[in-house]
Design a binder for this molecule. Structure first.
Ligand code: EPU
Length: 422
């Protein structure tokens, strides 16, 4: 079957209530972390998206039993691992497969993991993962596109991340939770997904102390990890931001249940600065937007948390096209993450990209056309643009969007959008 295309009929004001899925980027590392335990780990609120299915397949290939107890609760039992390889077929589908490296090393002493290449959002090296694991005692060689790593046991030590990295921080937490001796990690990433991994290991008996805003001291229990109770995956802050942006681009009003304001500080600030009304509650966020022609243009710079997230940059770029005046969006994480800008131009957007910065002259009408997404968030941005465009926008590349959003068209439809699959 050819990949599905989503037809978006623009011009509807979105209004209503939706509920968030669990965060894909928190569920993926916790699934990999389950490999560190010989008793079952239970994760609740796991989104049923393609990346989760890919991780599920990888864990099964390695020998774990993966059982869904209901739509969003998964039991992972890694009593016996039978393989220590993450092959290219899996890594090329999903870079987060690299998360199995430290768990395989800790459990089996040796691992072979294909070296991830670049992807649609630009180069994404993994040098910090490898340097960090070496600092804790692993021996690593890369040849023929494959990482071969060995370790007798991870040792205590220190590692300072050259820059903040979500993935490398999590990888090192895995190793540190199994290390013989204290591990001091400096310049760690502080995203809510990293925090969930920290909390997970705390509940498994690991002592993790904050030595300052960006430094963690990790002390593994001598008796080994104890199985944590069921873990509820945190709500998906990127899905929250995407749905709020969908409301804003149509001058709508939306209540996003489960959304946490403390996970979206700079995003909510930006909505307020442009003229939206945002109300924060413990269990939801409400946003009310005037028609975009009455919003103010904005400037954002994507940065590690609590800065503005790169995973919402494409969606905000789509929004900027509808706000009169000049908005400026600087990518501080992935300077090449702008494929969506070219596609938005096909719809009539005026946007220039230079040196990792997009300048949008907004307020131009968008007219529906075929467009193609190449990556997860960029494709979401094209759907949002379609909501504001006159006529029909045919979005292909939807398989990218389905890697990370569960029932996304259905949720938009629930808010009054007109969309259909062809
Ligand atoms: N970096 C290095 N070397 C490394 C690791 C990172 O130079 O060894 C650089 C990267 O090139 C980038 C920066 O450090 O410039 C930060 O990258 P990070 O490691 O934080 O990214 P990641 O862990 O590979 C996760 C998310 C991404 C999200 C980024 C940034 C998961 C599975 N992926 O990737 O999510 O964009 O953090 O927040 O958690 C998405 O969901 O669409 C997505 C791409």
């Amino acid at each position: 079957m050819s990949d599905p295309i989503l037809v978006v009929r623009g011009g509807r004001r979105l209004e209503g209530e939706v509920t968030l899925q669990g965060a894909k980027n928190a569920a993926l590392p916790l699934m990999a972390a389950s490999l560190l335990f010989t008793s079952p780990v239970v994760l609740e609120g796991v989104p049923r998206v393609e990346d989760i299915r890919t991780m599920e397949q990888l864990l099964r290939d390695l020998g774990a039993e993966v059982t869904w107890k209901n739509a969003h609760t998964v039991h992972i039992h890694a009593a016996h691992l039978r393989d220590n390889r993450a092959p290219y077929e899996i890594i090329r589908r999903m870079r987060a497969s690299i998360y199995v490296l430290a768990p395989l090393l800790a459990r089996l002493g040796e691992a072979w993991v294909s070296y991830p290449g670049g992807c649609a959002i630009g180069p994404r090296p993994i040098d910090f993962h490898l340097q960090g694991l070496e600092a804790l005692g692993a021996r690593i060689q890369v040849s023929h596109g494959e990482i071969h790593a060995e370790v007798q046991a991870f040792q205590g030590g220190t590692f300072t991340f050259p820059r903040k990295s979500v993935g490398a921080t999590i990888q090192l937490l895995f190793a540190a939770a199994m290390a013989r001796g204290a591990v001091r990690l400096s310049n760690v990433a502080r995203e809510p997904e990293v925090r969930q991994v920290v909390d997970f290991f705390r509940s498994a008996g690991v002592r993790i102390t904050d030595l300052g805003p960006d430094t963690l001291l990790v002390e593994a229990p001598e008796e080994g990890l104890s199985p944590p109770g069921p873990v509820q995956i945190i709500p998906d802050r990127i899905e929250a931001g995407t749905l709020l942006t969908a409301a804003a681009i149509t001058g709508g009003q939306v209540t996003v249940h489960r959304a946490r304001a403390d996970h979206l500080p700079s995003v909510l600030d930006t909505f307020r600065e442009m003229g939206c009304t945002v109300k924060e509650f413990e269990d939801r966020i409400e946003l009310q937007a005037p028609s975009p022609e009455n919003l103010r243009p904005f400037r954002i710079f994507t940065e590690p948390f609590p800065g503005f997230p790169t995973d919402l940059q494409p969606q905000f770029l789509a929004l900027a096209t509808q706000i009169p005046g000049r908005s400026v969006i600087r990518e501080g994480i992935y300077p090449h993450r702008f494929h969506h800008a070219e596609e938005l131009r096909r719809l009539g957007a005026r946007v220039e990209v230079e040196d990792g910065t997009a300048t949008v002259e907004g307020g131009t009408p968008l007219t529906g056309a075929p467009v193609e997404g190449r990556d997860l968030r960029g494709t979401a941005a094209l759907v949002l643009a379609g909501l504001a465009a006159d006529g029909e926008t045919h979005v292909s590349g939807m398989e990218h969007l389905l890697r990370g959003y569960e029932a996304f068209p259905e949720k938009l439809r629930q808010l009054g959008a007109e969309l259909e699959w062809v």
